[in-house]
Design a protein. Structure first.
Length: 412
């Protein structure tokens, strides 16, 4: 790999290692300590619901922006001006949608969902700002933004928890911290990298962009469905406590996603650029990336699997938390497979195979929801964990089969 790629990975690695352990302590131990495992289940389900609603309406704008601007960086202001407005508008619709769904389900107070919606909305538009950093391969900017985000979100969240130890209070504080981070990062982006220009906002841009972006957006929806519906279904079938147990195990594997996040974030713009200019270099870089991913994810997953009986009690020593141990051991298997799958998703995105990617992920989402409906009533949270593993196995097989076929046409 080139020195620039390694440098970019180093920026993301150092910044995340500086703050992600604090985030993990806050989102698991800190929240459970103050609000209890049942309220933690309420927060987990609310965030899952709003993540699905919000992610369903992003239209694939981030991966599309990264792929296209890595090839045509001079269009940065045009992309940023149009798609940031789209993100804000769609996120507001998502908050309303989440509230409507919560009312229809009748599973809890609306203030929790409202604050979860505010948090996810701010996170969504912040993530789009960072897409500009990635497209230009200046990951030091994303690194500083990430550290700022965690400091503000953890600080505001802890303050809110000490005032009122509840899920709604924690989410309110987290929303405030995320919103401030977005405003500061927005100013950072517009200062020179991609100035916001109302005159560049046009229907013509969306007519050209949507046919390519929407399949990537559908892919994100399907990913969210099979990653997040399990928590919502567990809450509906088994209540807040079991949801909290599952959420505890899920948070640990979610923290491990840092590894594929760093690798694929750095490789997507480079692979997209190489695909349009140097097919041999593209192939070499991808093979290096997937081999490294498989090795490191396997080692990390094995360590967590072995240490699960000691790790869970460190976060919550109560008897109620013990069921999270076998859940974690199942979910960590899913993590290893999903890390490899993320590299294949990156390959299909960089090679303009967004339509096929969307079809594969749609199949996986349908399978996952069906397995959850079948297994959760019989096996509770463990059924949801097994459904996640089965889905990842199917995804890996389908991705591999598609990559063997290859793209039908190379486009710049």
């Amino acid at each position: 790999m080139s020195s620039k790629i390694l440098k970019n990975m180093s920026w993301l690695t150092v910044s995340n290692l500086a703050v992600k352990p604090l985030w993990f302590i806050f989102i698991t131990y800190g929240c459970i300590y103050y609000m209890g495992l049942a309220q933690y289940g309420v927060m987990t389900a609310a965030l899952a619901l709003m993540s699905i609603c919000d992610g369903s309406l992003t239209l694939g704008s981030s991966p599309y922006t990264i792929r296209e601007l890595s090839r045509t960086p001079e269009r940065s202001s045009e992309f940023f001006s149009n798609l940031l407005l789209s993100r804000i508008g769609m996120s507001l619709i998502a908050v309303i949608l989440g509230l409507v769904i919560r009312i229809m389900l009748g599973t809890g107070a609306l203030d929790v969902v409202l604050f979860a919606g505010g948090y996810v909305l701010a996170r969504n538009v912040l993530e789009y700002c960072r897409a500009l950093f990635r497209a230009h391969e200046i990951f030091q900017y994303e690194a500083w933004s990430t550290m700022l985000e965690k400091v503000l979100v953890i600080g505001a969240g802890m303050w809110a928890l000490t005032v009122t130890p509840s899920a709604a209070s924690a989410l309110m504080g987290m929303s405030l911290g995320m919103a401030v981070t977005f405003l500061l990062t927005f100013a950072w982006v517009t200062r020179g990298l991609a100035p916001f220009n109302w005159h560049l906002v046009s229907g013509k841009f969306f007519r050209e962009a949507l046919p390519q972006a929407v399949p990537l957006g559908l892919s994100s929806i399907f990913v969210l469905l099979y990653y997040r519906t399990d928590s919502i279904m567990i809450e509906a079938f088994d209540g807040d406590l079991v949801t909290g147990q599952y959420g505890l195990a899920f948070r640990i594997t979610e923290a491990m996603v840092l590894l594929p996040y760093i690798v694929t974030s750095v490789l997507l713009p480079r692979l997209s650029s190489l695909y349009a200019s140097d097919g041999a270099a593209f192939g070499r870089l991808f093979k290096q990336g997937i081999a490294g991913m498989a090795l490191t994810a396997g080692l990390a997953g094995s360590a967590v699997y072995l240490l699960a009986p000691w790790g869970i009690p460190l976060i919550d020593s109560s008897v109620d938390a013990l069921p999270a141990i076998p859940l974690l051991r199942i979910l960590v298997i899913s993590f290893v497979i999903s890390a490899i799958n993320q590299m294949m998703i990156t390959h299909l995105t960089a090679t303009n195979q967004q339509n096929r990617l969307a079809v594969i992920l749609a199949i996986a989402a349908v399978l996952n929801i069906g397995l959850n409906l079948l297994l959760i009533p019989r096996f509770s949270a463990q059924g949801a964990a097994f459904a996640t593993v089965a889905t990842q196995i199917l995804l890996g097989l389908l991705f591999f089969a598609q990559m063997q076929r290859g793209p039908t046409k190379r486009t710049a």
